[in-house]
Design a protein around this ligand. Sequence first.
Ligand SMILES: CC(C)(COP(=O)(O)OP(=O)(O)OC[C@H]1O[C@@H](n2cnc3c(N)ncnc32)[C@H](O)[C@@H]1OP(=O)(O)O)[C@@H](O)C(=O)NCCC(=O)NCCS
Length: 178
Amino acid sequence: MTATAQTSSSAPALEVSLRQPTVADGAAIWTLVRESGALEPNTCYAYLLLATHFAGTCVVAERDGELVGFVLGYRPPTRPEAVFVWQIGVRADARGAGLGKRLLHRLIELPDAADATFLEATVGTSNQASARLFLGFARERGVACERAPGFESADFGPLEHEPEPLYRIGPLRKQETT
Ligand SMILES: CC(C)(COP(=O)(O)OP(=O)(O)OC[C@H]1O[C@@H](n2cnc3c(N)ncnc32)[C@H](O)[C@@H]1OP(=O)(O)O)[C@@H](O)C(=O)NCCC(=O)NCCS
């Protein structure tokens, strides 16, 4: 599945294609995560699992044959009405041109997410770019973005970690995109 990403009126044009990942994308996603400067890297193996077992709820963005963005999601087994964004990242040189939001719009249009009524994610309290991304996505869908307790610092045990409140966006099918 491919599509040309659109950009906001104030952003420079960004020609990328969006598609679901394959096993060949796992290591490149892992590299993007490590280069992001903001995402917690998991193992390469974890990204291989996401790119294969969970490809139905993941999207990658490609420009000139290189991966420049991704969103990794899944349907939480205990809340199948939601699609949960585990990680989303855009390469530094492709940021600020609307690609993050385009990845989220494409994610909820995938067949495996098309019946989800909420998009959820946890957002670290200091991550302004991520908060703005999800708020902007909710605004473009014309739906609410509610914040609820997600993971508290104490949940991370000995790791020093800021709280990660849960952002719950929806109901998604209230208004279809054009
Ligand atoms: C978060 C991230 C994916 C956003 O990607 P992006 O392609 O730059 O996002 P967009 O261009 O679609 O912008 C979405 C909104 O966020 C805002 N935004 C983007 N970067 C921002 C920043 N650094 N500071 C404040 N706002 C920012 C945009 O202005 C836009 O707001 P609007 O809808 O009100 O116009 C990207 O910054 C990134 O990869 N960061 C590192 C990884 C990360 O933190 N991921 C999220 C946690 S899982």
